[in-house]
Ligand binder design. Sequence first.
Ligand code: NAD
Length: 363
Amino acid sequence: MSSEIKTFDVLVLEGDGIGPEVAAEALKVLKIAGEAAGLQFQFDYGLVGGIAIDKEGLPVSRETVQKARNADAIILGAVGGPEWDDLPTLQRPEQGLLGLRVTLDLFANLRPARVFDPLADASTLKREVVSGIDLLVVRELVSDLYFGEPRGFRTTEEGREAFNTMRYSEREINRVAKVAFDAAMRRNKKVTSVDKANVLEVSGLWREVVCEVAREYPDVEVDHQYVDNCAMQLIRNPAQFDVILTGNMFGDILSDEAAMLTGSIGMLPSASLGGSSALYEPVHGSAPDIAGQGKANPLATILSIAMLLEITCRNAEAADRVRRAVEAVLNDSYRTEDIMSDGGKLVSCSRMGDLVAEAVRSG
Ligand code: NAD
C-alpha cells in the first residue's frame, strides 16, 4: 500500500528579507494539509538571491539549479534587498530567480487574483466592483521583449539609441495558450487573450495561434482584447474575466494591475510552470522595510501552497481546504498589518501561519 504513495520532492528556497518568514509559515501549512490529504513530501533546502551571493558567490549556484531540476516543486520566498542594490545588473539577486525561470523553462506564470469577501473593502476600488472577483492571469514568462535579440545601446550620428526586440514563435504561443485553456476548463471556461494586434506583427501571430488552439477547446469561450482596452476593463468591470492570457510584457503590467483589485500584495500567490518542476512563490518582493519584524503577511505564500497542492499534487480538495482555512481566518477578523482595518485583530506573521494551520487541521 505505502509503495503506491508518491512522495513529492520539494525544494525550499527562502531567499532574502521576509522570504524566510513567509516560507516558514507556508511550510507549516503544507505539512498539515499534506498529512490531512495523505500526501508525502520530502524537503530539501537551497540558497537563492542575496544570501546565495554572500554565501556561494552567485545569485543561484549550479548545484541549486540542479536540485531545482530534480524537484517536483520549488517553494520560493523572495529575493533582493538594499545590500545588493549597487551590484551590476547581471550579478544582482533577481538574476537568481530569472536564471531559475529560464533554465527550468518555466514558461507559464499563473497569477490568480481573488478577492476574499472580508477584504473587499481593502481594495482602492469600490466593494461592488471587486466583490467576488476570481480571475487568473496566465502570462508567458521566458520570451517576448525581455529576452528578444538583438538588444542593446548604440551611438549614432543623431545621438544615443537603445533597442529591444519583441519576438514570439508559434511554439511559444501555442504552449502557453494551452496552459490558459486547460486552466479555463477547470474554472469558468472563458479565455480573454490580450494583445496589440492592431499595431504589432507579433500580436497578429499571437492572435492567429490562440485561435488555432481555441479550436481544440470547443467548450471554452474565447475573446480578444487590445492591451490598452484590457487595462481599462480590469478597473471598469473586472468581473467579466475568468482567464486572461497574455505575453510577457503585457502580462507583467496587467498582472500587477489585477493584483491591486485584491487590496494587498501580501495576498497574491503565483505558480510558474513549464518543464518537469514548478515554482511557487508569492508575487511580492523581499519587503526589506519590514523584514525581521514579524509584520509580513504570509497568506500570499500560503495561497501559493494551495496552488502547489492543486497543480503539482493534483489534489484539488487539499488545495480548497487551504483556501477555505485562509477565508475562515479572515472571516474571524485576524489581520496582519498590511490588511488591518477597523475591528480587525492584529496578528504577527507566525501567528497568522498558526491560525491557518489550525483551520486546515480542523477542516
Ligand atoms: P516589495 O514587494 O518587497 O514591497 C513593496 C511594499 O509592500 C513594501 O512596503 C512592503 O513592506 C510591502 N509588502 C510586500 N510584501 C508584503 C507582505 N507579505 N506583507 C506585508 N507587506 C508586504 O517590493 P519592493 O519594495 O519594490 O522591492 C523590495 C526588494 O524585493 C527589491 O530588492 C526587489 O528587487 C525585490 N523583489 C523581489 C521579487 C521576488 O522575489 N519575486 C519581486 C519584487 C521585488
